[in-house]
Write a protein that binds this ligand. Structure first.
Ligand code: GLN
Length: 568
């Protein structure tokens, strides 16, 4: 007996239910896509195919902590000559479903290609092309004020991205450590607001762009440093950071917070840079004394310790790969995408993003807000943390700086990024939308299919015609490989069936995931007129399609997935 479920699809009570609770169980339909039944009806899930599919979607199942438990079930440990671990070739469907219970939501979204960036492979290809285009570009100069920064290889060039779903892509010198320098300013502010609330923190610093160089000695109209993204405000921020504790504990705590935001990935410390910073720090000492005289710091704070903490936090190291996770944590509302740990409060994220947007790129911040339109923070070692709220975080790193102190190549990268993709915060208002939006591809596809299917089911010829005018593909199947024609037949609406075949030119024998063609549905529902009509149009039954009687080669969604090659 056919019935319409609450999603508007038709289910057959003899078939398994397709409505599925994403939060607890792995969708059996998705497991099915990776199940080989050639050796018997129970079938076995091809583990390597699953892993390569996850990797193609930017996930790192072998190191991503969200997959820890799942992966434990997917490997065999060999003991003997030096223990080693190997990925199983296949597991039973039951084993796979059981393992999937440790991360069902993530696996469901990954296996159905519905992560933050659904077509991640294509997206990475485009990021790589920007990276390659800039690889040999020369321009700018390393920061000279301390030897450790001046002597870094100026040809280092790395780009890393991490989406809010933890999809990763890194290219170039992405594992080379660099000091995060002023990028620490955004993090320190975020940590402070998380700890104390914005109202308290802003007793010691403002929110306005200064219109002056990052290390100018200057206060705003309220007698406070302008904002936390440049030195006076950043030093003030350090005076607040865990101020009750010893310097050692304050540093330790903050470094741990950075590491937490980086999902436990690489965070180091360059003592040489710290010592140089400190010995070359006349200007920062001058700023510090000026702030102290103006009564900016919280009561009882020790200037020397505050500055030490400031220099130390500038000397913390990350690499592009780990720093992209930090940016992604900010993009993800303060929750680390790869560990799920809450690092920064939503309020603090909102404030941090606002100030990164208006003040994060030194005296280029206004220009950046217009040209790039993404909250970002740059550091004098050549890194830029770029955040696309709700979508992803980038870290780009190239040591030579332009005259305003931002990474020369990093700025070019960001400009090209928003030329290509609709990522600028205000791109949504563009009428003539020529840029692509990698967030939407999948959504749009799913939406289109759902529209067509519900129009077919409800016999809405007007809507179907609109879809046709928009150039939609009426052969596209839904998650059960059912097409508008299947649904129109189930609705028993001959005019719509005729419209789909004659006007839209749809394939007459699409096969759904139960191997049924529209003719099978018509026969099952005893719709004799439709059976006759379909047969006249060359319709055959699913079993015949399977035996190759028609020469129709209908590739199903699962087969397409299986054929995809592993890019990385
Ligand atoms: N350590 C640097 C300073 O205060 C940080 C500067 C920067 O990255 N712009 O001079």
């Amino acid at each position: 007996m056919m019935e319409v479920d609450k999603h508007g699809d038709v289910t057959n009570s003899s078939q398994e239910k397709t409505v599925f609770d994403d939060s607890k169980e792995l969708n059996p339909i998705l497991t099915d896509l990776f199940t080989d039944r050639s050796q018997g009806p129970a079938g076995s899930v091809q583990v390597r195919e699953v892993l390569s599919h996850l990797k193609k979607n930017g996930l790192r199942p072998l190191t991503d902590p969200r997959f820890d438990e799942f992966m434990r079930q997917m490997i065999v440990e060999h003991s003997g000559h030096g223990d080693h671990v190997e990925v199983k070739k296949q597991v039973s469907v039951e084993e796979f479903q059981a393992a999937g219970r440790s991360c069902p939501g993530l696996l469901n979204r990954a296996l159905s290609c519905s992560l933050a960036i659904p077509e991640f492979k294509e997206f990475c290809t485009q990021i790589k092309s920007i990276y390659d285009e800039l690889r040999n570009v020369k321009g700018g100069k390393n920061a000279q004020y301390i030897p450790q920064l001046a002597r870094v290889n100026p040809d280092y060039w790395g780009v890393s991205v991490c989406t809010v779903d933890g999809q990763r892509f890194s290219i170039g010198d992405v594992n080379v450590p660099f000091c995060i320098q002023s990028c620490s300013k955004a993090l320190n502010y975020a940590i402070n607001v998380t700890e104390h609330g914005a109202e308290y923190v802003h007793q010691f610093l403002g929110k306005e762009p200064s219109g002056r160089g990052f290390n100018q000695i200057h206060l705003d109209k309220n007698g406070l440093p302008h904002n936390p993204m440049i030195n006076p405000g950043a030093i003030s921020c350090c005076s607040v950071l865990r101020k009750e504790d010893s310097l050692a504990e304050r540093y330790e705590y903050t470094e741990k917070m950075y590491k937490k935001m980086a999902g436990g990935e690489f965070i180091g410390f360059s003592n040489a840079t710290f010592l140089s910073e400190k010995s070359e720090a006349d200007r920062n000492f001058a700023i510090g004394y000026y702030l102290k005289e103006a009564g900016v710091f919280p009561e009882g704070s020790n200037l020397k310790e505050t500055l030490d903490l400031y220099f130390q936090l500038c000397s913390v190291e990350a690499n592009c790969d780990s720093a992209a996770v930090i940016s992604a944590t900010i993009a993800n509302g303060g929750v680390c995408p790869t560990t799920g740990e809450v690092c920064i409060s939503p309020d603090a994220v909102r404030n941090t993003l606002s100030l990164m947007n208006s003040c994060g790129m030194y005296d280029y911040s206004g220009e950046w807000a217009v040209e790039v339109g993404l909250p970002s923070k740059s550091g004098v070692a050549g890194s830029i943390f770029i955040v696309i709220p709700g979508v992803m975080g980038f870290c780009v790193w190239s040591p030579p700086l332009d005259e305003l102190g931002n990474s020369y190549k990093g700025v070019l990268f960001a400009k090209k990024l928003v030329e290509l993709f609709a990522f600028h915060s205000f791109d949504g208002v563009l009428v003539d939308q020529t840029k692509t939006d990698p967030r939407l591809h999948h959504e749009r596809g799913t939406q289109e299919i759902n529209n067509m299917i519900s129009a077919a089911l409800s016999s809405d010829l007007v809507e179907l015609h609109r879809c046709l005018e928009l150039g939609m593909d009426f052969n596209l199947p839904n998650y059960d490989s059912r097409t508008p024609l299947h649904l129109a037949v189930c609705a028993g609406n001959t005019p719509v069936v005729k419209y789909l075949i004659k006007t839209c030119g749809v394939e007459v024998n699409p096969v759904d995931r139960w191997n049924s063609t529209p003719l099978d549905d018509a026969i099952k529902l005893e719709l004799h007129d439709l059976v006759k009509y379909l047969e006249l149009q060359g319709a055959v039954r699913g079993a015949d399609v399977a035996r190759g009687f028609t020469g129709v080669s209908k590739v199903r969604y699962g087969d397409v997935l299986r054929k995809e090659q592993d890019l990385f």
